[in-house]
Design a protein around this ligand. Structure first.
Ligand SMILES: NC(=O)c1ccc[n+]([C@@H]2O[C@H](COP(=O)([O-])OP(=O)(O)OC[C@H]3O[C@@H](n4cnc5c(N)ncnc54)[C@H](OP(=O)(O)O)[C@@H]3O)[C@@H](O)[C@H]2O)c1
Length: 284
């Protein structure tokens, strides 16, 4: 991975941190795109010490704010003409309705829409040739429980189910991957994945006390973040997938069929058009 630039979101914790460390260990220039720059710098220092690779930078970005995403991409593009690997990894789980700065349901905003905007804004640096750039979207097997409700993406309905909203955001990750491949597959490869059930703090940060307690009890039986990073690292580095695009992989780096809804081309097109309109004011 020497001479390759990898931008990874949510790299200060969990699967993202483990992925960043492994890619830095292979010599990549790794950019940790995180909302808390102090945490990101602390992690960058730790990664430089553990890997001996000093080519680790941070980029402040809050995926719940389109203005922040625009500012981050402008800052990034001013210094970096190209991204070889973009890993859209950051994610949030909550079981209370919250809205992003731009008025979208928080899980939809952070897990999907923010990454949609980030990817589109980075296209000038990403688009090169199919063999040289990779966009990787961290989804989840829970996308299979997801449906897209276009009438509730801004939390319009009074009742809120956090796990349904999470599944919807992860379905959007798969639909985005498929549509990105259809639209830009000549210039890049893009794949999505389920990292496994990984013992991170995902459901301890914003989830309610009950969900957080259940997650904490379950965590010792889950795989470790280092193992959960394996499919992201595989998709970022392996020559086996240099021509593979528009696919969904599991935690064992095996190709899997995503849900029927996730394979619906009309729905993917509709989501893309909805998202393009939603982020229009923040494109660069
Ligand atoms: N853990 C699992 O079992 C599992 C299973 C399937 C899929 N996934 C997916 O794996 C990905 C990584 O999750 P994880 O389990 O590693 O959780 P994690 O340890 O909580 O990491 C999530 C990362 O996303 C960042 N993030 C959250 N909100 C953000 C925002 N508004 N702007 C920028 N960054 C933000 C977090 O930053 P802070 O530290 O500042 O909060 C953190 O760095 C997510 O997409 C998740 O949906 C996880």
């Amino acid at each position: 991975m020497k001479d390759k630039t990898v931008l990874i979101t949510g790299a200060n914790d969990g699967i993202g941190r483990a992925t960043a460390e492994r890619l830095a260990g292979r010599g990549a220039h790794v950019v940790l795109a995180c909302r808390d720059d102090a945490k990101a710098q602390h992690v960058a220092k730790a990664i430089m010490e553990s890997t001996g690779n000093h080519n680790v930078d941070t980029l402040p970005i809050d995926l719940a704010s389109m203005a922040s995403i625009k500012a981050a991409t402008e800052e990034f593009l001013a210094e970096h003409p190209k991204v070889d690997v973009l890993i859209n990894n950051a994610g949030v789980y909550t079981d209370r309705l919250e809205l992003s700065e731009d008025g979208y349901e928080l899980q939809f905003a952070v897990n999907y829409l923010g990454h949609f905007l980030l990817t589109l804004n980075l296209l000038p640096a990403i688009q090169c040739c199919r063999h040289c750039t990779r966009v990787i979207n961290v989804s989840s097997a829970l996308h299979k429980k997801g449906v897209l409700d276009f009438t509730n993406l801004k939390g319009e309905k009074k009742s809120y189910n956090g796990s349904e909203a999470y599944a919807q955001s992860k379905l959007a990750n798969v639909l985005f991957t498929m549509e990105l491949d259809r639209r830009f597959g000549r210039d890049l490869t893009t794949n999505c994945l389920h990292p496994g059930v990984v013992g991170t703090r995902l459901a301890n940060k914003k989830a309610g006390a009950f969900t957080s307690a259940v997650w904490s009890m379950y965590k010792p039986f889950a795989i470790k973040p280092e193992q959960g990073a394996s499919t992201s690292v595989y998709l970022a580095t392996s020559p086996e997938v240099k021509d593979v695009s528009g696919r969904y992989f599991d935690e064992n780096q095996c190709l899997q069929k995503p849900s029927a809804i996730a394979r619906n081309e009309q729905l993917a097109r509709r989501l893309w058009e909805y998202s393009e309109a939603a982020v229009a004011d923040f494109r660069i």
